[in-house]
Design a protein around this ligand. Structure first.
Ligand code: SAH
Ligand code: SF4
Length: 437
């Protein structure tokens, strides 16, 4: 199995960023995944945190718990892990001592490692999370996860993949070479890590001075799959993770407060609606195929017409359950009055919300964000046509936590190592750091 380490060793002078630039120049829609992990595997093999009910059942069977007890035991573990946030089997007071000892001997309730936590001056938090190693050569994949608190809600932006195989030209994650799918447990674990950090469990309190919602609701009340990765390229594990997150006896997030954002993987959209029943967001960003082919290259596979037809057919669509169309505002590229009018025309008949996202620049990006007056004018045209068109306030810009800026530290370090190698500075050592050795 290829790993972070392998990639660096195979070709220590490889230029991770340049590879995707080359891919773009050559017109490739996708990069290939470098690492695969068995779907549904527990992170690290031994933690029960993040597992589905079926996976918990298998874990119990593996330590000899009789089948007739499965239902009761799974319910107990579920309550302690997902309702109370237990970190130690000794807390599970309604589980007999003997079984607790057996569980503790075989498993843990470990969370993935929080490598760093950054807190923005606006209260946004970004965590760099290292997943447990999946094999002897894997030092653990790293992903980013962002918490955006508001007065009446707390939104967690989760990742579905390490990096992304797609290569949208304005997205930092798209330049990341290292790609693998996250397991459902690894996706759920992001919510657990967030709730640990902000004290969102029945007996916990938020850290001193933390900004959390004050409306009496959950600190994490909403989930958006808008972190790293294309969720519909990992749909099985994304659906399994949503099942765990929305389970009424555990984490209890409402499916209507979970939004999955896709760049337009048309063949998987119906399955998402039918099985996950969540809200849907579409990264539209352009109203003409020619431009969308460039900005969101998956458009070359599934064009705007196919995408909008799939939206019209999205299960459960109604005026109360609208699709959000995301539109990143790129100066002089997609932000004219004519673009706004065409957007309105295209969406006619689809229960829709339009979300204008000011472009968030990242080091080396080739676009600029539209001027504020331009965004207002665009928004007004959309508003006059009857759409609420909130402009998404960029959050956490000071910690590079805003939409499309996520890229794991491992990658950044590797890019830095490449620069140093090019300058003839001892790269070996940096590789060692960058790959967690
Ligand atoms: N892969 C999925 C979800 C993750 S990206 C998707 O593309 O929908 C979440 C949102 O951020 C998408 O709408 C994406 O197009 C947008 N985005 C990416 N890079 C951005 C940037 N630099 N500035 C603003 N939005 C960006
Ligand atoms: Fe991937 Fe979404 Fe970024 Fe495109 S915008 S590269 S699909 S994460």
């Amino acid at each position: 199995m290829a790993t972070v380490l392998d990639i660096a060793k195979r070709n220590p002078n490889a230029a991770p960023v340049a590879v995707s630039d080359a891919a773009r120049a050559a017109g490739f829609i996708e990069k290939t995944a470098e690492v695969t992990v068995a779907a549904g595997a527990a992170p690290g093999g031994a933690s029960l945190v993040g597992l589905t009910r079926d996976q918990l059942k298998d874990s119990l069977a593996a330590i000899g718990v009789p089948e007739r007890e499965f239902k009761m035991r799974v319910a107990q573990l579920w309550h302690w892990i997902y309702f109370r946030g237990a970190r130690d089997f000794s807390e599970m007071t309604n589980v007999g001592k003997e079984l607790r000892a057996k569980l503790a001997a075989a498993y843990t309730l470990a969370r993935p490692q929080v490598v760093s936590e950054q807190v923005s001056k606006d209260g946004t938090r970004k965590w760099l999370i290292r997943m447990p190693s999946t094999g002897p050569l894997d030092k653990g994949a790293e992903i980013e996860c962002v918490y955006i608190p508001e007065v009446d809600r707390g939104t967690l932006c989760v990742s579905s993949q390490v990096g992304c195989t797609l290569t949208c030209s304005f997205c930092h994650t798209g330049t990341q070479r290292l790609v693998r799918n996250l397991t459902s447990a690894e996706i759920v674990a992001q919510l657990i890590v967030a709730r640990d950090s902000i004290g969102d469990w029945p007996d916990a309190t938020p850290p001193e001075g933390a900004f959390v919602p004050t409306d009496g609701g959950r600190f994490v009340s909403n989930i958006v799959f808008m972190g790293m990765g294309e969720p519909l390229y990992n749909i099985g594990d994304v659906i399994a993770a949503i099942d765990v997150m929305s389970d009424g006896e555990g984490l209890t997030l409402s499916r209507r407060r979970i939004t999955v954002s896709t760049s337009g993987v048309v063949p998987q959209m119906e399955r998402l609606g039918a099985e996950a029943n969540t809200m849907l967001a579409i990264s539209l960003h352009a109203v003409r195929d020619e431009l969308r082919d460039e900005l969101v290259p998956i458009n070359r596979k599934y064009d705007i017409k196919q995408l909008l037809d799939a939206c019209r057919a999205y299960p459960g669509l109604s005026n109360a359950r609208r699709i959000t169309f995301e539109y990143v505002m790129l100066k002089g590229v997609n932000d004219s009055d004519a673009d706004a009018r065409e957007l309105v025309r295209l969406l006619k008949g689809i229960p829709a919300k339009i979300n204008l996202i000011p472009f968030n620049p990242w080091p080396g990006s080739k676009y600029e964000c539209s001027d504020w007056e331009r965004i207002e004018r665009f928004s007004e045209i959309v508003y006059r046509a009857g759409y609420a068109s909130p402009v998404r306030t960029p959050r956490g810009r000071d910690i590079l936590a805003a939409c499309g800026q996520l890229k794991s530290e491992t990658e950044k370090l590797r890019a830095r190592a490449r620069m140093m190698a090019e300058q003839g500075i001892g790269a070996e050592g940096v590789y060692a750091v960058g790959n967690g050795e």
